[in-house]
Structures are given as C-alpha cells and as structure tokens.
Design a protein around this ligand. Sequence first.
Ligand code: HQG
Length: 190
Amino acid sequence: MNHTRTSRYLCRLLRHHPEAAGITLDAHGWADVEELIAKVNPTHPLDRALLEEIVRTDNKQRYSFNADHSKIRANQGHSIPVDVDLEEAEPPEILWHGTGEKYVASIEEKGLLPKSRLYVHLSGDTETARKVGARHGRPVIFRVLSGEMARAGYRFYRSVNGVWLIKAVPVQYLEIAHELQNTGSGEASL
Ligand code: HQG
C-alpha cells in the first residue's frame, strides 16, 4: 500500500508543524498516538495499524514509539526546539555532508550552519551524502574532519536512526571532496 503522502504529512507534523493538525508535542518531541490518529484521520486516512506499518517500514526509520506505543516522535530532523534524548557519540575520523552547489560559497564563508533545523546533519558514507545533497540541486560533497573536531572538544550526537548531528561545523574542518563530484539522483525532502 502506498502511504507516502500520509508519511510525509506525519513527518511535517512531528518535526516542524504540529499545529497544522492541532496536536502538541511534549518537551521530548512525543505526540499522543490516540490524539494524532483522531486529528490526522479526517485529512489523511490513518488508523493504528497503518501508523504501526509506517513506523516499521519507513525507509530511514524516521519515527519511534515509546515502550507501550502510546506516544510517537520523529527521531531527528526537527526545526522546533525539542530534546529527543540524543546520544553523544564519538565520530569516525571523517564524516560527510552533501549539499547543493548553490550553497557552497556561503558554506565556505560561514561553515555549516543548521539553518531551519536544530542540528547540521552529517552522513557516515558518501553515497548517503550525495543523496542528501541532490535534494538541493546539483550535489556537492564536503569532507568533515570530525575526528579532529572531536579532539578539539566539539560534541557529536547520533540519532537512533543513525544520522550524525552537530550544532555547526567551522570552515577549518571542511574540505570539498573534489574527487567525488558528479551528478546523482535526488530524493524527496521531508
Ligand atoms: C545548507 C533529510 C548556506 C546545508 C536528509 C543544506 C538529511 C548552508 C541546507 C536531513 C549553510 C539545509 C537534513 C551555510 C548549511 N550557508 N547554506 N552556511 N550551512 N547550509 O534540508 O542536511 O528525509 O535543513 O548544506 O536525508 O540537507 O528529511 O538539511 O543543504 O538527513 O529524514 O542548508 O533531511 O532527511 O537543508 O538534510 P536541510 P540537509 P529526511
């Protein structure tokens, strides 16, 4: 069954605009499942079985339930200030950031900034970075000297679905991975 539209709507509610469906998130980003279903259902058909399926099959494991499945939240990617209990983690020596060509000049001047989200998102592999970058046009991949940053005291976090997060990356820890530049396929942004 194709429930992409409902899944995208859920993502928008749980990361950016809960008020669009008249729901609220608590300080840790949790929404009440019963309330969510009741308020979403009129515009995007949803029941508990479909919600369970969306969470289980999401291609990036974007959502989690609490232990008794009475609450749901997005694992990362928020623009609203919630604390999703991120785990601090020691990064590998190199992480990657894919972006669009149009942002490169600004990034080379200011470093990586979280823009509308709470964190800068970094990828553990270049293929993922390329897909993330292609959402913004012609992709450009930056190498992030994450090992050096960690030794300098910067804190890295890893979401439960494996995305590396950091508050910002100053320019001295960024290098364009010229050897990786070519075109790639895009993916939808949620
Ligand atoms: C760029 C998707 C100008 C940054 C993906 C990015 C990811 C700057 C854009 C997740 C800048 C923000 C997040 C600066 C950063 N000047 N532009 N100084 N610093 N930027 O969508 O990283 O499918 O908020 O390079 O897979 O593209 O939604 O962040 O291009 O994990 O689960 O500003 O979204 O996951 O764009 O993507 P975004 P992102 P989901």
